[in-house]
Write a protein that binds this ligand. Sequence first.
Ligand code: FEO
Ligand code: CA
Ligand code: CA
Ligand code: CA
Length: 665
Amino acid sequence: MTNWTERGLTRSAAFELSEDRTSNSSPNATMGEIVAARMGRRGFLKGALAVSAISALAPSQVLMSRSAQAASLTGAKFDEIEHGVDETHHVAPGHKAEILIRWGDKVTADAPDFDPMQQTAAAQARQFGYNNDFIGFVPLPLGSNSSDHGLLCVNHEYTSEEVMFPGIGKQGGDFANLTREQADIEQLAHGCSVLEVKKVDGQWQVVPDSQYARRITTGNTYMDITGPAAGHDLMKTPTDPAGTQVVGTVNNCAGGITPWGTYLTAEENFHGYFWGTLDAGHPNAQNFARYGVPGNWYGWGRFYDRFDINAVPNEANRFGWVVEIDPTDPTSLPKKRTALGRFKHEGAETILNPKDGRAIVYMGDDQRFDYVYRFVSDKTYDPNDRAANMDLLESGTLSAARYNEDGTVTWLPLVHGQNGLTAENGFADQAEVVIKARLAADKLGATKMDRPEDVEANPETGQVFVMLTNNTKRKDGQANVANPRTPNTFGHIVEMIAPEGDHSADTFAWDILVQCGNPADPEIKAVWNDKISENGWFAAPDNCVVSPSGVLWVSTDQGGSWSKSGTADGLYALGTQGDERGLGKMFFRVPVGAELCGPRFTPDGKTLFLAVQHPATDGVADYAPFGRNSTFEDPATRWPDFQEGMPPRPSVVVITRDDGEVIGS
Ligand code: FEO
Ligand code: CA
Ligand code: CA
Ligand code: CA
């Protein structure tokens, strides 16, 4: 790990050096000028930042204020852990981290016990899936604030065959060693799990034989296609000539829980599951090229025509959506909500607009140089009519974000017939606008971002946080005000502010909250609070959550390049206001090769659910004590069981405080 000690610097010298960094290369106006000139000052920030400080100082000066005495972080009072990497997880002292459920554990009552040497599709269809990512918590009874009983909604993003199946190693090419049964197991290990969880005698457990328990998969779950793309010619296939029903959801990354108690699951890298050859004569050539279809990451096309773009040219149009699931009804059909657009959806967090009660969904399209989106429902939420709320995501306005040099954000509506989204330009109707959402946003001039991941609002303050993981491909000359580093190796977080808390407004303000990476290395041009410790900074922000006490918690995904920071991924609390703005603290660290996903608090803030994804895989050859790639037989870690013969298993971890009090209080 490169830290200032190893570079021969004292800590204070390192801080001095870090002071020289460019905090914001943009010529954008101060927040105060935006407030005064464009929005009207009163009430604009709803307490997000002190208005007097804002009108006097540029944001970077607010961030860097040396007079601040932010020794600890309000709402995140714990002793932070250290950066590093080893074969297990670590949590801040005074907390318990327990395994709630692992890949292969029973979900439905009829599931067999997990046997890694005798895996079957029939078993996997009933067991907890692979690579848990998003976690949602829906309190039971529905509509309550219960914090000891609820439904846990968990995404299973992808599979890691090299540590999942004996004897085949990492596949690729023509997937010659992958059997049809393994391809089936993979499809059934993707998707979602709905679990009933309960705290019994202080101990969280998955309720066995729950009436709610459900697996939703790529391979065997029917779902409806709803919204503007339903029934469109581009959605029709030989097995679904109406274009209204599809089997499965795939690459379920992050998501959201709506105020009406449904579970949104976001289809991210759907392109990777399609194989074949894209040439100029393919009926979807231009649009597929924009989405990277086919990705040829998985071998399913060897066994299933629908994953072969030459055999079934439209199947890929039926993926890349946000899917809405009613977790309280295990017989309900999930609904692909096409009004929210088709892209590599990272997540989909919903709030009710404080101004008018419409549903607002913030979304990121996780690819280098792609966009941040917002959906505003046409109709308003009715607290007394859940059935009506179930269709709120059917119609509304999808927009993409343009970050302007004057510190404002313009939301550009993806509406057929407006601003060039016309038949002459390849958008015959609103269905084509949403199916080709990336091309539509290109046409509107949205801002090319550094991989937008989670986007999460704090409705109390009007702040909206955009995680931008990194972009090592952004070259000199390709910087823009909201993505100023070339290359952007460590990622950053952009803050947007809804004027007077109105999240449906056409214009927001924006600022950079932090620029990630080691602040002790001036070449990285990191921007943090100057009180940050040597363990409080991070790289590659991915998932995030605003805790009940208003603290932003950020989990990281450095992928195979964690050695650039020298620490495994983890969870960090991050201050966003006043003297604490930009102050990070490390709370949890994953085992080698893993990524941290899904941070989710119960309403009382006393329980935190985390998803440890793909242990023993990413970058493990750089882990000196191991120094090679993992296989099923020879993994870098056997977390969490540490039993000979048992492979590493992605798992949900439940965190509580030893004294049972609110985490961070
Ligand atoms: Fe699935 Fe963008 O992380
Ligand atoms: Ca993610
Ligand atoms: Ca990620
Ligand atoms: Ca990820």
